[in-house]
Design a protein. Structure first.
Length: 128
């Protein structure tokens, strides 16, 4: 029996929604979510394709209007696996009646995290 979950993902940065199959069951996914760092959230914020598993972009008729999009998202349907992914202050996971807000792991501003991430992933130029 395959108990891999499927999640409706609301990506606020790109104002897009996806059907996300992370390749995990519910318990594995909750553990993965709770072990994320601020750098992970920022990485996903700028590169949604860095998420584990597969993403399928959903068609939507309400691009750009966040209140309308959130109202029309599938978060009110049960059984429910819903993820709102934005930044370290407002990302959350909703699984049925249980809500798992992302818990910040540092006091840094998310922009500082992104700068750190960029610096770590940039190769130093050779001095000639």
């Amino acid at each position: 029996m395959n108990n891999e979950i499927e999640i409706f993902l609301n990506e606020e940065y790109g104002y897009r929604t996806y059907t996300w199959k992370p390749g995990m069951n519910e318990e594995q996914f909750i553990t993965w979510w709770q072990n994320l760092s601020d750098l992970d959230i920022i990485k996903f914020y700028f590169n949604i394709n860095a998420l584990p598993g597969t993403l399928k972009l959903n068609e939507t008729s309400s691009h750009g209007d966040l209140k309308t999009r959130l109202t029309n998202d599938l978060k009110d349907q049960r059984p429910n696996y819903y993820c709102h992914l934005h930044d370290v202050d407002d990302s959350f996971l909703q699984m049925n009646e249980n809500r798992y807000p992302y818990k910040r792991t540092s006091r840094k501003d998310w922009k500082d995290h992104w700068l750190d991430y960029q610096l770590k992933s940039t190769k130093p130029e050779e001095v000639g």
